[in-house]
Every structure is written in structure tokens, then in C-alpha cells.
Design a protein around this ligand. Structure first.
Ligand code: AP5
Length: 236
């Protein structure tokens, strides 16, 4: 079974995909499926997938397509003709995009490209901290916690992700430009892509996304044209 609404949130590392996907999940009730979170959980639990992925993720490389696509396919088995799903961090290669076409059946994913400038990427990633217990994400620049503990009831310690070190972030951005940017072209040529101005504050980005998703659910857009809110040359 597939989903009636498939929302794909694409963008470079640190663009705010996870932040926005969580907000959208709250607003729509759709499940938020982050392949990065699923893989990190597999690493934490030392599952066979986690053991295969750990070293790859640590160096900022992509986990093989077939392993990640299998994770997503499992979630699609839970889909129904009425429900929706929010994909964060998938697809990330054209092979994954083609696989998604297959499992999506007759549903055309609505693809939102959260475009941000490189300066914002570095600032957001360098300031990101995540709770070791519940995974909630903070930022020392934008969403600080003075006590360095999670504000959720778990009260977990806030730490920097291992792949958020500067040299690894540079590699992740290179990989994004080489392997994920072509996915943008893939959806653009099918008229399924909308560019969102991700440089704005969290609420403003969330507002753009909520409006686009509401419009997308109300009426399926005609194919053939990229829709852009505020495309800028310095954004990736
Ligand atoms: P993944 O976890 O998906 O990493 P990513 O794509 O590099 O994205 P990030 O999680 O770094 O950033 P984000 O865009 O979600 O930003 P966030 O909302 O946290 O993947 C990790 C690894 O897993 C990959 O490198 C790969 O190895 C593997 N993997 C995952 N999926 C895969 C796939 N499909 N195929 C193969 N391998 C895969 O925000 C960042 C920070 O900025 C936060 O602190 C947040 O609070 C803050 N912030 C967010 N929005 C704003 C805003 N508007 N203004 C100010 N601050 C903001």
C-alpha cells in the first residue's frame, strides 16, 4: 500500500529539513520519516543495519541506496489510501528517487526544496546540539539552552553530532552537490518541485511550507513548471 500524500523535504545538510518536517508532522498528523534519524537509531541499537552504517555515517558518506530504500519501503507498508507521509532526507540520489516512484504507485510526491545559503548552513550546523536521550534538536545560536540539558521531560545531555565536525560537514556538502542536487533536477523536470526560502527564521519557513502543503493537498498541481517562492543564486 502507498500513501495518498507523499511530501518530500529536500535540502543541504543543516537546511532545517528535520526541524520543518517535525513541525509539519505536528500540523498534519502525518508520520515524519527521517532516514538520518532511523539510521542513527540503528547505530545506537547496534542492529545489523547500524553496524553496516556506522563508519559510513561517521565520515559523512551516504549509506548504500538499497539499505536506505529498504528502510523506507518498510514504512510504506503501513500506508493507506487516506494517509500521508513526510520524508526527510530521502531520496538523496536519483536511484532512490526512481525507487520512490515505484513504491509511491499512482501518488506523485510533492517535493519541497529548502534552499539555504552556505553561510547559514555552517552557522546552523556548528550551533546544533541534540539530546542524547530523545534526539530533540537545539541550536546554541538560534534555540539556546543555558543549562545544556534537554527541555523535554527526559532532561538528557545535549551533544554535538559526530558528523557535525567542520571537515565532515564540508564533505557532506560536497556529496550533497554531487549526488543530491541531481535529485532536484529530477523533480524539477517532472514539475513536482517547489523551492522554499530556507534562510528565513523557523516560523517563516514553516508558514511557507504549510501553505504549499495545504495547496498541494487541495489540488494536484499541473506538471511542467518549477514553482519558486524566492530563488536566490547563493542558495543550495
Ligand atoms: P541526516 O540526518 O539526514 O543529515 P543531513 O541531510 O545532512 O541533514 P541534517 O540532519 O544535518 O540537517 P537538517 O536539514 O535536518 O537540519 P536541522 O533541522 O537539524 O543524515 C545523516 C547521515 O545519514 C548522512 O550523512 C548519511 O550518511 C546517512 N543518510 C541519511 N539519509 C540517507 C539517504 N537517504 N541515503 C543515504 N544515506 C543517508 O537544523 C539544523 C540546525 O539549525 C538545528 O540546530 C536547528 O535548530 C537549526 N535551524 C533549523 N532551521 C532554522 C532556521 N530557519 N533558522 C535558524 N536555525 C534553524
Amino acid at each position: 500500500m502507498s500513501y495518498a500524500h507523499i511530501i518530500v523535504i529536500l535540502g543541504p545538510p543543516g537546511a532545517g529539513k528535520g526541524t520543518q518536517a517535525a513541525r509539519l508532522a505536528e500540523a498534519t498528523g502525518f508520520p515524519h520519516v527521517s532516514t538520518g534519524d532511523l539510521l542513527r537509531e540503528a547505530v545506537r541499537r547496534r542492529t545489523p543495519l547500524g553496524l553496516k552504517s556506522k563508519a559510513i555515517m561517521k565520515t559523512g558518506q551516504l549509506v548504500p541506496d538499497e539499505l536506505v530504500s529498504q528502510l523506507v519501503a518498510t514504512r510504506f507498508e503501513e500506508g493507506t489510501a487516506e494517509s500521508g507521509i513526510i520524508l526527510d532526507g530521502y531520496p538523496r540520489t536519483t536511484t532512490q528517487a526512481e525507487y520512490l516512484e515505484k513504491i509511491a504507485g499512482t501518488t506523485r510526491p510533492q517535493v519541497l526544496h529548502v534552499a539555504v545559503s552556505e553561510g547559514q548552513i555552517i552557522r546552523r550546523i556548528s550551533g546544533r546540539r541534540a539530546c542524547v536521550k530523545c534526539g530533540k534538536v537545539y541550536n546554541v545560536h538560534f534555540l539556546p539552552r543555558t543549562d545544556e540539558q534537554c527541555g523535554a521531560p527526559c532532561g538528557g545531555e545535549l551533544v554535538q553530532r559526530e558528523d557535525d565536525r567542520e571537515e565532515i560537514v564540508k564533505r557532506r556538502i560536497r556529496i550533497y552537490l554531487d549526488l543530491t542536487a541531481p535529485v532536484i533536477g529530477f523533480y524539477k523536470s517532472r514539475g513536482q518541485l517547489t523551492v522554499v526560502d530556507g534562510d528565513l527564521d523557523v516560523d517563516s519557513v514553516a508558514k511557507q511550507i504549510a501553505e504549499l502543503v495545504m495547496a498541494g493537498r487541495a489540488s494536484k498541481r499541473p506538471a511542467g513548471r518549477e514553482q519558486s517562492r524566492s530563488r536566490r543564486d547563493d542558495c543550495v
